[in-house]
Design a protein around this ligand. Structure first.
Ligand code: ATP
Length: 591
């Protein structure tokens, strides 16, 4: 998790949840939550009745020994009815709470997934998967705790205090004040122990994020770690994060150790029992309290901590739920890719960059005033030194980001006027970091055109020069690939994605050529596959190794965000400029 993850977009620490984010997100199930709260309160009230009945029976037996059998049996009936009602209402409130929980979490998951689908792809590159994952798992889980558990526990505890104290007040006021005093001490200690919870929680969440980022970094880069022995550095980042977590936790514990121990002490049956017994015996010997009334306190007041303590963890659950809700609301508030008000379909698939300027930070332009036409049926190569702006320029075409100035047109229509689904469907994006899904080989190709028949999948694989490789796999086209495409070489994985692009039949192909050198056979196979893919299409290829694009119809040379040269390979060599120097450097031929 990056630092940005621990802060709200307005710079406020993430723990300081926007007030009301939880209430706003739960609005669709508010009636269910109110019903759940009311039933929990009624259930808690019914749950205290058997204790009151026991106390009343004790008072009758002690005050009128041998008499009032009917009254005893009435209280037995009341107690049994209270217990039955407690159970029935508890089950009902839990049923409604869990129903609301399932409904709202489903609703939020769908909203998050739809929203993610509408966010610009550049947002994912900048944000990373950790934040998305946290919203879909941890943050929702924290909201679940509030809806399904904390709400009922809090209303239940509040009701138990009101009903029990109401009854005890009727029995004896001074004794009730003694019991209340113990519980009030617990409340004060709890508030003291929770005073700095938000800042400690933020520190812990930030450290937790760094632990998870370091673990992902280690797992993702395990090959590099093992091959180059950089495990020490990656592991030390993990170690530092774990150490920071332990320190944050220790600092919190050190600060709250006395207040939370006191909370436990005053919130225990032991404390209430001691206070009630001591005060009660004093009052009894002073003649202001009967033994029967003392028994009522021993039965009802001593049980109170057991009913109230779950509310302590529930209130922490609510704090966490508010934080989770704030994270989710923030994710949902990121502006989606603006869809055109008056969508227009492109007329053709030639691509035109018209004085395109783009800045990531609003200060420096990564791409500046680039104008070029990429005609259909032709290959346009983009070359230039590292950091020149090649990837940036091509990522503006599928609207990973929108241009800062100028325009990009497909078939004469500004990409911002083309519906985003149609825009993405009009192009195949073949990137270096080959994305294979955990699915069969056939399905990995079929993503290009869901619903394509087996025969078409095989044809695409054959055109991409990867059919024979697939046939040699243990289960052929049904072989399951792990996420990284294990079992296939780099060149084979690339050809698989090229087969995917061939099957999609999209008229525009954007290709980020692999920087890593393949062995000559593999490279030749990839080149042949690309030639099949390019037929009749508008092909834009970012080239790192110039000899692979020497035959391109036009080559655009970019340097520091600007288009500095353009022409065919021969023309560019004739210019004796940047391209000629790059060619000489790569091919070992003097320019
Ligand atoms: N997500 C981003 N946020 C901010 N700046 C970025 C981002 N991506 C790239 N840049 C910057 O924009 C400039 C152009 O980068 P870009 O990746 O487009 O270059 P490139 O020519 O594709 O480089 P390479 O050949 O090394 O891939 C660089 O200065 C880079 O640091």
């Amino acid at each position: 998790m990056s630092t940005s993850d621990t802060r709200a977009d307005d710079g406020r620490p993430a723990g300081l949840a926007k007030p009301g984010a939880l209430a706003r997100l739960l609005a669709p199930v508010r009636p269910h939550l109110i019903a759940c709260g009311v039933l929990s309160a009624l259930s808690a009230a019914a749950g205290i009745v058997p204790y009151i009945a026991a106390a009343e029976i004790a008072r009758i037996v002690l005050e009128r020994p041998g008499g009032a059998q009917a009254a005893v049996w009435t209280w037995v009936g009341v107690g049994a009815a209270g217990a039955a009602l407690w159970l029935i209402l508890l089950v009902q409130s839990s049923r409604i709470g869990h129903y609301a929980d399932a409904a709202i979490l489903h609703d939020l998951r769908v909203r998050i997934v739809r929203h993610l689908g509408a966010l610009p792809l550049g947002w994912f590159r900048a944000t990373g998967s950790g934040r998305v994952k946290r919203a879909m798992t941890g943050d929702l889980e924290e909201m679940h705790e509030v809806i399904a558990h904390a709400l009922g526990q809090l209303t239940g505890a509040a009701t138990v205090i009101v009903v029990a104290m109401g009854y005890l007040f009727l029995v004896d006021v001074p004794m009730t004040l003694v019991a209340l005093g113990v519980l009030a001490l617990m409340g004060v200690c709890y508030r003291v122990s929770m005073r700095s919870m938000t800042s400690h929680m933020n520190r812990l969440i930030a450290a937790e994020g760094r632990i998870s980022a370091a673990s992902v970094e280690y797992a993702d880069g395990i090959q590099v770690v093992k091959a180059f022995g950089t495990g020490g550095r990656v592991l030390s980042r993990f170690d530092d994060a774990v150490h920071e977590y332990a320190q944050a936790f220790a600092a919190w514990v050190a600060e709250v150790r006395y207040s939370s121990a006191a909370t436990r002490l005053f919130g225990s049956e032991m404390a209430v029992l001691t206070a009630v017994t001591a005060a009660g015996l004093a009052f009894v010997s002073g003649g202001s309290l009967t033994v029967a009334d003392l028994v009522a306190f021993l039965v009802v007041a001593v049980g109170l901590p057991t009913s109230i303590l779950p509310a302590v963890s529930a209130s922490q659950g609510v704090r966490k739920g508010r934080m989770g809700a704030a994270h989710i609301e923030r994710l949902l508030s990121h502006a989606p890719l603006p869809e055109p008000e008056h969508p227009r379909p492109p007329d053709g698939h030639g691509v035109e960059f018209d004085r395109v300027t783009f800045s990531y930070d609003g200060v420096t332009n990564a791409v500046q005033e680039i104008s070029a036409v990429c005609p259909p049926g032709r290959v346009t190569a983009i070359v230039g030194p590292s950091g020149a702006g090649k990837t940036t320029l091509t990522s503006l075409l599928p609207r990973f980001y929108d241009v800062t100035a100028g325009a990009i047109r497909i078939g004469g229509i500004d990409v911002r006027e083309i519906p985003s689904a149609e825009l993405l469907a009009s192009m195949s994006l073949v990137f270096q970091d080959v994305a294979l899904l955990r699915d069969s080989v056939a399905e990995n190709i079929r993503i290009g055109r869901p619903g394509a028949g087996d025969h078409e999948v095989r044809q695409a694989a054959a055109a991409a020069h990867v059919h024979d490789v697939i046939e040699r796999l243990p289960d052929g086209y049904d072989t399951l690939l792990d996420g990284g495409g294990g079992g296939l070489s780099g060149g084979e994985r690339q050809r698989l994605t090229i087969a995917r692009a061939i099957l999609s039949g999209a008229p525009i192909v954007v290709l980020d050529e692999a920087t890593a050198a393949l062995d000559p056979d593999s490279e030749a196979a990839v080149q042949d596959a690309l030639a099949s893919l390019a037929v009749g299409k508008t092909v834009i290829v970012i080239a790192h190794r110039l000899h692979t694009i020497a035959g391109a119809d036009q080559i655009l040379v970019i340097d520091r965000g600007r288009l500095v040269e353009r022409g065919s390979h021969a023309e560019l060599l004739g210019l004796d400029g940047l391209y000629a120097r790059m060619w000489a450097a790569q091919e070992g031929v003097p320019a």
